[in-house]
Design a protein around this ligand. Structure first.
Ligand SMILES: [Zn+2]
Length: 60
C-alpha cells in the first residue's frame, strides 16, 4: 500500500501531497518540494521528524 503525507499534515498552508512506497521516497519528494516551492534549502531536522511521523498509509 502506498504511503502519503501532505504539507498540511506538518502545519504548512499548502495542498502539496507527497506519496510513495517508502518513507525515504516520500521524504525525498517532500524535500524537493520544500526546496522549490517553499524556498527551503534544507528541511530543518525538527520539521523532517514531524513529517516522518505524519506519514500514513494512503486511504484506499
Ligand atoms: Zn508545500
Amino acid at each position: 500500500m502506498a504511503k502519503t503525507v501532505s504539507c498540511r499534515d506538518v502545519g504548512a498552508d499548502c495542498d502539496f501531497v507527497a506519496r510513495g512506497n517508502s518513507e525515504d521516497e516520500i521524504m525525498q519528494t517532500l524535500s524537493e518540494h520544500a526546496r522549490t516551492d517553499h524556498q527551503m534549502s534544507e528541511i530543518p531536522t525538527e520539521l523532517a521528524a514531524r513529517a516522518r511521523a505524519a506519514i500514513h498509509d494512503e486511504a484506499a
